[in-house]
Design a protein around this ligand. Structure first.
Ligand code: GTP
Ligand code: MG
Length: 231
């Protein structure tokens, strides 16, 4: 019997293999990594800037910035003190593992502790393409509206942490927090969440503490792995 494999499945399969290779490169170098996803303008670059400002004294940070056409976001990350690489996707609405691989080669991974990838602003495509990073983080934001988990379930299902940015706008925008939370819980029960404002700094401490704990845990696991005898 003839086996059918759709082109879409083949592409995603190839992407998974490359994502595994990217993960291996990051693990070997001891670099913990996050894939930041969000709709356009939700505050990905703003959160990266805030994170760099707060953590660059204690962690060595790198940023890979995915953008359809410009280097504006990588310029902002570099100005905030990170080793930053721009990946222009040439019109693609997401980053994939193939695009991340050369960026990892360009960065000196041995000089980094934490790598943050800013994905292309989009709530659909990035959810389908693993990059090889350790965790997926979604930044939702108050002005987008509370219905987004209900409308973009794939994105909300595939994340390990959720940021709700722009809470400084809650008094001015209709945002039904319980409807938002209901959607999140239905898709991703118990996902760790950080309501915050990149503008005022409210809530940032919890986000930064989570990253520091993640890096600590990763280092401990990495040290245990390095110490265990190889077959
Ligand atoms: N009021 C308010 N504005 C914010 C906050 N965070 C970011 N912004 C503003 O939102 C706009 C978009 O922020 P960016 O950080 O560039 O968003 P982004 O997700 O990186 O955007 P793209 O890369 O274009 O998808 C900017 O004008 C920011 O100043 C916040 O917490 N509160
Ligand atoms: Mg940006």
């Amino acid at each position: 019997m003839t086996e059918r494999l759709s082109v879409g499945e083949a592409i995603l399969g190839a992407n998974e293999r490359l994502a595994a290779a990217n993960r291996q490169a990051l693990d070997q170098a001891g670099v913990y990594s996050l894939n930041l996803m969000a709709s356009p303008g939700a505050g990905k670059t703003s959160l990266i800037e805030r994170t760099l400002q707060a953590l660059s004294g204690s962690l060595r940070l790198g940023v890979i910035d995915g953008d359809i056409a410009t280097s504006l976001d990588a310029d902002r990350a570099a100005a905030a003190g990170a080793a930053a690489i721009q990946v222009n996707t040439g019109g693609e609405c997401h980053l994939d593992a193939v695009m991340i691989q050369p960026a990892l080669e360009q960065l000196d991974l041995s000089s980094l502790d934490l790598l943050i990838v800013e994905n292309v602003g989009n709530l659909v495509c990035p959810a389908s393409f693993a990059l090889g990073t350790h965790k997926n983080v979604l930044i939702a934001s108050v002005p987008e509206g509370a219905d987004k988990p209900h409308k973009y379930p794939g994105m909300y299902r595939g994340i390990q942490a959720l940021v709700l940015n722009k809470i400084d706008l809650l008094p001015y925008v209709d945002f039904d927090q319980s409807f938002f939370q209901q959607g999140v819980e239905a898709l991703n029960p118990g996902v760790v969440s950080f309501p915050l404002s990149c503008r005022t700094g409210e809530g940032l401490a919890a986000w930064l503490g989570w990253i520091e704990a993640e890096v600590r845990q990763f280092r401990q696991a990495h040290a245990r792995h390095a110490a265990s005898p190889q077959p």
